[in-house]
Design a protein around this ligand. Structure first.
Ligand code: KIV
Ligand code: ZN
Length: 504
């Protein structure tokens, strides 16, 4: 690429969604896609349309609604997959079909049970078929990093001749290492005569923790598109993390020969929070770039150094990735004006009704908690602007618990303007509450995951609970926040129950 631009291909909605338990409904996919467009990604892989009617609809909705990025749909090298991918992405102003077919000996022998000749024929035929529908066609030789180089070169040369405009080299099982992966890219440039007619892309998984290093080694050696996900979500150990790739390129132009991306890095933190909230996958505190400790200096020597001169211990500015410094912003006496101004500064655009509701919650919180920080505001506002209709709404709860008594919960929910009440015992107070809620909603949800974290520090901090529930083969996540962790747990469970009702 002439100007050193690296194309950021985001696959959070496809490979990221393949993370165990991270499934997203159409509304959630659309919300993330909107934010990815604001973030400035070049390509959004919105899903795998043939995989389910829901995914087909999600890709179609994203293609219809999002303008700016290319919208891509994944397909196996099969005509019905390619048809589904095209029928979903064709509504985009910039549609792309992404066809994949495994080329490694292991996959050809055990998974596909096909010989090299047949694979080559299928790869070419599928790219030609996709090209007959869409100008922008990407081909991935799956498990490329374990494919014999001569065969990989032959496949790549043939699919480019067949019309592929991007050739993506996946390290499907996260097996490669930076020098080896760099050599694969170099090998393509040296041995595939028509390689300049396509964009070389890379797609690395993180099984050995090397996905970002492998992707960056490829960039140094000529890859011009990187496939990645927000927060590094993805199959098994995940994909290369978008925020790490982008900030490495931005922070080290000396190493990446002036390469650049069109990502608005100030949107990284917000995007990360949204993805974490909607997938129910919390971000570890020490996660590079967007983890809550990423810019926290604990040791006295470091703090002293940063106070004297920031660059002693900080290689990036927290503001550059969208972290506002943690401010004590508001308290009990703050008015509506200060509240709305602060929300605007945090990047929230709320309707009048949402602002009123969020302000009421802020007042309740301010009564319980002396100091309100930006993180507290973000948490309550994000709950208020949730796109999932609140069919079940918590009216009241009461628990009795202790080491000498059987934990018992009474829960009252509102559903279609009717108050519904149930009582249940359980192994603990949260279990009792969840059983009482199940009695009301009638959902026999299995709790797959329960996580709790404090939003800020201090004994009066907001607790944020994240749950995953499985019901009839569908996994949904839910979140809730309160200064009372039982209330936060109840809200998270009700949030998940509302998603189940919504999706039904
Ligand atoms: O990891 C992989 O090989 C993939 C392909 C579909 C590109 O996700
Ligand atoms: Zn993958």
């Amino acid at each position: 690429m002439k100007d050193g631009k690296i194309i950021i291909f985001d696959t959070t909605l496809r490979d990221g969604e393949q993370s165990p338990g991270a499934s997203l409904n159409i509304t959630e996919k659309l919300e993330i896609a909107r934010q990815l467009a604001v973030l400035g990604v070049d390509v959004i892989e919105a899903g795998f349309p043939i995989s389910s009617p829901g995914d087909f609809e999600a890709v179609k909705t994203v293609a219809k609604s999002i303008r700016g990025p290319v919208i891509c749909g994944l397909a196996r090298a099969i005509e019905k997959d390619i048809d589904a991918a095209y029928n979903a992405v064709k509504f985009s102003a910039r549609p792309r079909i992404h066809v994949f077919l495994a080329t490694s000996k292991i996959h050809m022998k055990y998974k596909l049970k096909k010989a090299e000749d047949e694979i080559l024929r299928l790869a070419v035929a599928s790219v030609k078929y996709a090209k007959s529908k869409c100008q922008d066609v990407e081909f991935s030789p799956e498990d490329a990093s374990r494919t014999e180089s001569a065969f990989l070169h032959k496949v790549v040369e043939s699919v480019i001749d067949a019309g592929a405009t991007t050739v993506n080299i996946p390290d499907t099982v996260g097996y490669s290492t930076p020098f080896e992966f760099a050599a694969i890219i170099k090998g393509l440039k040296e041995n595939v005569p028509n390689i300049d007619k396509c964009v070389i892309s890379v797609h690395c998984h993180n099984d050995l923790g090397l996905s970002v290093s492998n992707s960056l080694a490829a960039v140094i050696n000529g890859a011009r598109q990187v496939e990645c996900t927000m927060n590094g979500l993805g199959e098994r150990a995940g994909n290369a993390s978008l925020e790490e790739i982008v900030m490495a390129i931005k922070t080290r132009p000396d190493i990446f020969s002036g390469a650049n991306t069109s990502i608005n890095t100030k949107e990284l933190y917000k995007t990360s929070r949204l993805v974490s909230k909607l997938t129910g996958m919390m971000v570890q505190p020490n996660k590079a770039i967007i983890g809550s400790n990423a810019f926290a200096h604990e040791s006295g020597i470091h703090q002293d150094g940063v106070l004297k001169e920031r660059i002693t211990y900080e290689i990036m500015k927290p503001e550059d990735v969208g972290f506002e410094s943690t401010n004590l912003v508001l308290g009990k006496h703050s008015g509506r004006h200060a509240f709305t101004e602060r929300l605007k500064k945090l990047g929230f655009e709320l309707t009048r009704e949402q602002t009123e509701k969020a302000f009421d919650r802020f007042k309740v919180l301010a009564d319980k908690k002396k100091e309100i920080f930006d993180e507290d505001l973000e948490t309550i506002v994000e709950e208020e602007i949730s796109k999932i209709p609140e069919k079940f709404h918590l009216v009241h709860f009461h628990i009795s618990s202790g080491d000498q008594v059987k934990p018992t919960a009474t829960i009252e929910l509102k559903f279609k303007n009717k108050a519904l009440k149930a009582v249940s015992t359980g192994d603990g107070p949260v279990d009792a509450c969840y059983k009482a809620i199940d009695k009301i909603t009638g959902a026999k949800g299995k709790l797959m995951d329960y996580q709790i974290r404090s939003v800020t520090s201090g004994k009066d901090a907001l607790g944020e609970v994240s749950v995953k529930i499985e019901s009839k083969g569908r996994v949904v996540s839910g979140r809730g926040a309160s200064t009372d962790i039982i209330e936060a747990s109840i809200k998270a469970y009700i949030n998940a129950a509302n998603k189940l009702v919504y999706e039904k």
